[in-house]
Design a protein around this ligand. Structure first.
Ligand code: PEP
Length: 248
């Protein structure tokens, strides 16, 4: 079963629209049983989604967490409060947060520490470049990023699961996806890099996701990539016409 993660970003703009999306997911509850659904809504909608959670069979998470424990950090969410609220996932290092909040690799490593400390399953995005060339895959950068972020968190990762999302920045929201072959190659490489960094006795599991322009037209063939455990989906996850295909 593949994991399907809906990243709603800063959408939709009203409770009415959230309710419409929930109604479609609810109507697809049989299909939802065929994929594992995780929704990352804007945090203002979490309460509503928690009330509907048993109807939509979804796990919930947040789109970012603070790299600090608590205190005077206006606008931020701590991993501890997210966990205490019963949420299970935290997206970390999404390219939009790296671009607009200027997070560094060190910030992202610290966010991962917080997520693991409070038992949230991290969804770590890799593949961010400031000036990417379309269709180019910078494997060295991904390897470097992984070691800078994972090595300081090695002990906390013991017996834990992490989801690592390969998201080439040029594929996000562009309608362009890498070839199936290159997604497979990069996902295998990410898994291998993780295994090289984390000793087997720590029993950590990394599952690899792909994100970038996944939609109802390409999800079936993307699902054939066995090294990919699921998908991080932005735009299409807000489209009530596409949701049934994304979940089936
Ligand atoms: C994303 O932002 O994580 C993403 C994958 O977006 P989209 O599906 O819209 O390309």
């Amino acid at each position: 079963m593949k994991t399907v993660i809906f990243n709603w970003k800063m959408n939709p703009s009203s409770l009415d629209e959230v309710n419409k999306i929930i109604a479609v997911i609810e109507a697809e509850s049989v299909a939802v049983g065929r994929s594992e659904l995780v929704i990352l809504p804007p945090s203002i909608y979490i309460n509503l989604l928690q009330q509907k959670q048993s109807n939509i069979f979804a796990s919930l998470g947040v789109q970012d967490i603070s790299d600090s424990e608590n205190g005077a950090y206006t606008g931020q969410l701590s991993a501890e409060m997210v966990s205490n609220l019963g949420l299970e996932y935290a997206l970390i290092g999404h390219s939009e947060t790296r671009k607009y909040q200027h997070y560094t690799t060190q910030d992202i490593a610290n966010k991962l520490t917080q997520a693991l400390k409070y038992n949230l399953t991290p969804i770590l995005c890799v593949g961010y470049e400031e000036n990417p060339k379309a269709n180019e895959i910078n494997i060295d950068l991904i390897k470097q990023e992984l070691s800078d972020i994972i090595i300081p968190n090695r002990e906390l990762l013991a017996k834990n699961q992490i989801l690592i999302a390969y998201e080439p920045i040029w594929a996000i929201g562009s309608g362009i996806t890498p070839s199936l072959d290159s997604i497979e190659t990069v996902s295998i490489l990410i898994k291998k890099t993780f295994q090289d960094i984390i000793p087997a006795e720590l029993e950590s599991t990394a599952n690899i996701l792909y994100g970038g322009s996944v939609n109802r037209g390409n999800i079936s063939e993307l699902k054939t990539i066995t090294s990919v455990s699921g998908f991080l989906i932005g735009g299409a996850s807000l489209d009530t016409n596409q949701i049934p295909s994304l979940l089936s």
